[in-house]
Design a protein around this ligand. Structure first.
Ligand SMILES: Nc1ncnc2c1ncn2[C@@H]1O[C@H](COP(=O)(O)OP(=O)(O)OP(=O)(O)O)[C@@H](O)[C@H]1O
Ligand SMILES: [Mg+2]
Length: 247
């Protein structure tokens, strides 16, 4: 379980997030939407122990996030992939795990790459992969790390819409198999609804959680969900709240 109590992050003259209370259950998939600059990345970095709060407390399973992070219990996927250019796809996946002091398992890493549609590209270097393929490697890498908590900051930001939809379906299916705790930031409202058990709308500045939506969609979720009335209504509801937060 992730718990934030009164978390505030102040930079020199900006309060990026103010007094945020949030509780995320183990195995929950939470998405975060909000206007640019409202503190989403700051919130994610604070949960992951990359940013120290100036006020309040964060716990990941009763531990400080820095400790969870150095123990390899938190995986990150950023908007721009951060693969090592001189390593192959497979080496990128296994290397992070070994950095965390865990024994990498090449067969598992290969199976993960396969499940992300990357069979045959195990030995390719990032330069030889498309943007979407690189993001898949970054996601496989975060999964191979074996972290219970996955923090994803606009991981599909640079991808075309069709690839985004496909990866969204894959991520939700992977989550159903692995039941990680996921916090996923996106600018796409349909993506936020499709992926989530719960969608948070943030408003800034200072950043705070303005509204929370429990998403109700059938499982397993696939492309057919996009066309359903229930999905469209839930997207419209989140979008209305989001528009208000731009005022
Ligand atoms: N390291 C930093 N030093 C100073 N100010 C910062 C720092 N990081 C973020 N900020 C400020 O905090 C605020 C929130 O930034 P943040 O990156 O969290 O927003 P965001 O919601 O992720 O935006 P976007 O959707 O554009 O990625 C902004 O005003 C930003 O300028
Ligand atoms: Mg951001």
């Amino acid at each position: 379980m992730i718990e934030l109590e009164g978390v505030t992050v102040e930079f020199d003259d900006v309060t990026a997030i103010a007094d945020v209370d949030l509780r995320i259950e183990t195995g929950e998939f939470v998405t975060v939407v909000g206007p640019s600059g409202c503190g989403k990345t700051t919130l994610l970095r604070t949960i992951g122990g990359l940013q120290e709060p100036t006020g309040g407390r964060v716990h990941i399973r009763d531990r400080a996030p820095e400790r969870a992070q150095t123990a390899g219990d938190v995986g990150f996927v950023f908007q721009r992939h951060t693969l090592f250019p001189w390593k192959s796809a497979l080496e990128n996946v296994t290397f992070l795990r070994s950095l965390a002091g865990r024994e990498p398992n090449e067969a598992d890493a290969q199976a993960l790459l396969r499940s992300m549609g990357l069979e045959g590209f195990e030995n390719a270097r990032p330069d030889a992969l498309s943007g979407g393929m690189k993001q898949r490697v970054a996601i496989a890498r975060a999964l191979h790390l074996g972290a219970d908590v996955l923090l994803m900051d606009e991981p599909f930001g640079e991808l075309d819409e069709i690839t985004r939809d496909e990866l969204g379906v894959e991520i939700r299916q992977l989550w159903r198999r692995e039941r990680k705790t996921v916090v996923f930031v996106t600018h796409s409202v349909p993506e936020a609804v499709f992926l989530a058990d719960r969608c948070l709308v943030m408003r800034g500045l200072p950043g705070r959680i303005d509204a929370t939506f429990d998403v109700d969609l059938p499982e397993p979720r696939d492309e057919a969900v996009f066309g359903t009335r229930s999905f469209q209504e839930q997207v419209a509801r989140v979008r209305r709240t989001l528009h208000e937060s731009y005022d």
